[in-house]
Design a protein around this ligand. Structure first.
Ligand SMILES: [Ca+2]
Ligand SMILES: [Ca+2]
Length: 208
């Protein structure tokens, strides 16, 4: 799922027949392992770039914002604009979507500093992870088996195995290796191979 090569450029697209009050969803990439689909209340980790539909100009790019990390937010609770809450429902980790969002589900008649009034928006989304519920300290403590207030790869693996193998299906190591590599890439900011409580709780409430 490498996103390192993804740069923020204006894509080639045209908007036709935009429907009022409806989010148009186009799946650009669907991963083979689509295990868990997002639903309201899930914690999402995604990159999303926003463009104005009328001329394709970019008004937001999470890859160049702040530290360029994918953004964390809870789905369906208004932490992002309505069109994103709707358009990112039923999505799985690794999936990419293009969304077309009418003004009523975007920034409306007001717009914001970068979005003119009554703008139809186009978003490109790449979802990295979906997990049930916000990252709570309770969940952290549960995963932190040796109680050293840091999560090792072994601890993360055990917790993933408990979750993915609930139904009794055994998955091979490479399945977990890929997920763990992804989790540590996005969460282990100082690269010491452990996820600290601070790194775990990177809760960003973005303006979007
Ligand atoms: Ca630990
Ligand atoms: Ca760390």
């Amino acid at each position: 799922m490498g996103w390192t090569g993804w740069i923020c450029v204006t894509p080639n697209f045209t908007v036709t027949n935009e429907t009022k009050d409806e989010v148009k969803i186009e799946v650009i990439y669907m991963p083979e392992n689509c295990i868990k689909k997002s639903k309201r209340g899930d914690l999402m980790n995604a990159h999303y770039d926003g463009f104005l539909a009328k001329d394709g100009s970019q008004f937001y790019c999470s890859r160049t914002e702040k530290d360029g990390h994918p953004k964390w937010f809870v789905l369906g609770v208004g932490q992002v604009i309505k069109g994103l809450d709707i358009g990112m429902d039923g999505m799985c980790a690794g999936e990419k979507r293009k969304l077309i969002i009418p003004p009523s589900l975007g920034y409306g008649q007001q717009g914001n500093e970068k979005v003119p009034p009554n703008s139809t928006l186009m978003f490109e989304i790449e979802l990295y992870s979906v997990s049930r519920g916000p990252r709570s300290m309770e969940a952290f403590m549960e995963m932190d088996l040796d109680k050293d207030r840091a999560l090792s790869k072994t601890e993360v693996r055990k917790s993933l195995m408990a979750e993915y193998e609930k139904g009794g299906t055994r998955r091979d190591d490479s399945f977990y290796d890929a997920i763990i590599a992804d989790i540590f890439r996005t969460s282990d900011h100082n690269g010491d191979g452990m996820i600290s409580t601070k790194e775990y709780n990177v809760y960003e409430h973005d303006e979007l």
